[in-house]
Write a protein that binds this ligand. Structure first.
Ligand code: ZN
Length: 358
């Protein structure tokens, strides 16, 4: 198989993953994404909601590629007399995952402040407490400082993440916090970079959307702004190739077996066929997942924008979602980027009416 594009840019990915960027505080991640986009996009800009856009091509049609750049995180709500900080969840954490974790906050001076999430030890947990699942309110952050020192560095409203950096376990298996969905924001920009090397008529607008984890919010405003003729959202999806995940309920999704094409009412049937044909023509192995309702992704709100945008969802298989040890295989990301590029070329010259399903 011949391709002009062998591999996605790992350095850019690792830099993006290292930034602290929970929903509502995507600024540093976004700066890196935009700096990168300015190298090859015709136009790069940000809206008042914080979504950033990068464009290549003239259209028609306009193809929107959406990857949400926010990650789940922590938000300080209260600092007590002794300097212990209490927090609320930004996005969907399982509190069990948080016990004993180190954390990383952006301080007032822009420097990183580190701490730990504390919980009383097993020695003092009474019978019933040992049995029940830990709740968010049982936990606090200990920065190892007195109240005054803590308040010099952070205060109510400061955002943090678990203190983990990305790491390759093998040549292609990557573990990191925040792969959901910085890997999607990364993939749409890499797809735009590939498309920019040999653009067709399609105007491709890659969007790093904000605030997905707290209600698909940036996709709503950005889709309205662009009013695309056709759209593809890129997110991670639950891999089912590890213990305890029921394939009979979710389907058969493995790392390293290719990007995942969602099938269901959230997906425009004409666009779905374009994607499946493009995969076949390019020799790209894909996996399918059946979702019988609006997907819990940007694709949901994009499809419902204005009078309805023909939308698809392409996903990267991911293990251990919403933990600091999310795992993907970069082979799937390479294939996804090539697939999106092929679709962008295939829809060249198509009009919105061409996607009327029946
Ligand atoms: Zn996501």
């Amino acid at each position: 198989m011949v391709s002009t594009f062998n591999e996605v840019d790992r350095d850019f990915l690792l830099t993006l993953l290292s930034e602290v960027g929970p929903s509502g505080s995507e600024d540093t991640s976004m700066r890196i994404w935009k700096r990168r986009a300015e190298k090859f996009a015709k136009s790069v800009y940000t809206d008042t909601h914080g979504n950033s856009y990068a464009e290549v091509g003239e259209g028609p049609p306009t193809l929107m590629l959406a990857g949400h750049i926010d990650e789940i995180g922590l938000l300080i709500t209260y600092v007590d007399d002794r300097g212990y900080a209490y927090f609320t969840s930004v996005g969907g954490w399982d509190p069990q995952v948080l016990v004993g974790q180190r954390v990383r906050f952006i301080g007032k001076d822009g420097r990183i402040l580190k701490g730990v999430i504390g919980r009383k030890p097993i020695h003092v947990l009474r019978g019933e407490e040992r049995e029940r699942a830990v709740k968010m309110e049982d936990l606090h952050i200990d920065f190892g400082m007195e109240r005054e020192e803590v308040l010099e560095r952070v205060e109510v409203g400061h955002y943090g993440v678990l203190d983990w950096d990305p790491e390759f376990l093998t040549e292609t298996r990557l573990v990191s916090r925040g792969l959901d969905d910085k890997i999607g924001a990364f993939a749409v920009l890499e797809a735009l970079r590939l498309y920019s090397q040999n653009p067709h008529r399609t105007k491709v607008v890659a969007v790093a959307t904000v605030q997905e984890e707290i209600g698909l919010r940036g996709a709503r405003t950005s889709a309205y702004r662009i009013n695309p003729d056709v759209a593809i959202a890129v997110d991670v999806t639950i891999a089912t190739d590890y213990p305890g995940i029921p394939k009979n309920k979710i389907g058969d999704i493995s790392l390293g077996k290719g990007p995942v094409v969602a099938i269901g009412p959230n997906i425009n049937p004409v666009l779905r066929e374009v994607i499946l044909e493009a995969a076949k023509e390019e020799g790209i192995e894909i996996q399918k997942e059946a979702i019988p309702y609006g997907t819990p992704t940007d694709a949901n709100v994009i499809q419902l924008t204005r009078a309805g945008i023909p939308t698809a969802l392409l996903s990267i298989p991911c293990r251990y979602l919403h933990s600091p040890a999310e795992m993907v295989d970069l082979k799937d990301v390479d294939a996804l980027v090539r697939l999106i590029n092929a679709v962008a070329r295939k829809v060249s010259g198509m009009k919105r009416e061409d996607f009327i399903p029946w």
